[in-house]
Design a protein around this ligand. Sequence first.
Ligand SMILES: NC(=O)CC[C@H](N)C(=O)O
Length: 388
Amino acid sequence: MTFLEAKPALLVLADGSVYRGWSFGAAGTILGEVVFNTGMTGYQEVLTDPSYRGQIVTFTYPELGNTGVNPDDDESPHPQVSGVIARNICPLPSNWRATQSLPSYLENHGIPGIYGIDTRALTRKIRSLGAMNGAISSDILDADELLRQLQTVPAMEGLNLVRDVTTAAVYEWTEASNPIWAVSPPAASAHEPPLTVVAIDFGIKRNILRRLASHGCRVIVVPVTTSPETILSYTPDGIFLSNGPGDPAAVAEAPALIRALLNHRLPTFGICMGHQILGLSLGGKTFKLKFGHRGLNQPCGLQRQVEITSQNHGFALDADSLDTSQVTITHLNLNDRTVAGIEHKQLPLFSVQYHPEASPGPHDADYLFQKFVETMRQHRQKSLQKTF
Ligand SMILES: NC(=O)CC[C@H](N)C(=O)O
């Protein structure tokens, strides 16, 4: 692709606003929820994060593609976003790790993009009106027709997208983070036999699996439809609840499964969708945020200590819905004071709305993996003491 060949493309939002730009990636038309991500790096990890399923992502960073793409930075086997909106695109990457340019990668995977868009104006619109459905197209350049097609697209609220991304078959993950990128000393030899974690896959990112493996865990990833009996047959030391796309309240199969597991008092750690589903299983409620939190510099904490975190979510737990005799709020998002972390008062359960695995983003919260490991270690010791 060269820019001389660039074809016109159209972006139409459900409120009727029209933006004209140029096509990159795959040709065609795509409809989805238009959201924005403010990260300055990590476009490939964002594109391949299954939590973005069904969404057209606007990148506020003004140029995408400079470092190309490479197989090691994929968070899942292929891009998951529906479409991409950019201010500018670099078609000729310059990076020792790059194996392909961003436009050709998206083209190969059938993902349409539009560039030449005033992403600052678009982001301000989404901030003031809220995330809304939109269409990008390189073959229908008639805004009214795209607007008509948009009427058929369901709202994100109420959508169960987990079934599209959960693993079809159980698999085991053992690969730790590449030591080149190590953020904390590997603890793999510390636990004998290794701690077994069953990860319930709502759309898991690979870096979560790598961080669990780096902290000494053997991870068994199971589909969301797995029965509690099958999960317990792996004799897990802990349960991990993964990130994932869509509305957490629409994942009808989850709360009964999680409640059945909670009866066994196993250490449980949830990230993002996993955090929301844990909260729902404990009787809480979630709600849709106006425009969500998507970026790499979201401050979270409670008092005196702030973690700068990676985030990607459109829903949050409603603080007032949480039963305070059971649940403590451990972290707030300090931008809007929504719930960012919870812990159970009696059971070894905790979860965060943000992404301690980063990829992309800062590593401030990597200690949570250590905390999970420590909780499992203590639980194992207690169980052994009971046995003897
Ligand atoms: N990253 C995630 O797990 C996102 C959770 C959920 N789909 C949301 O948008 O809030």
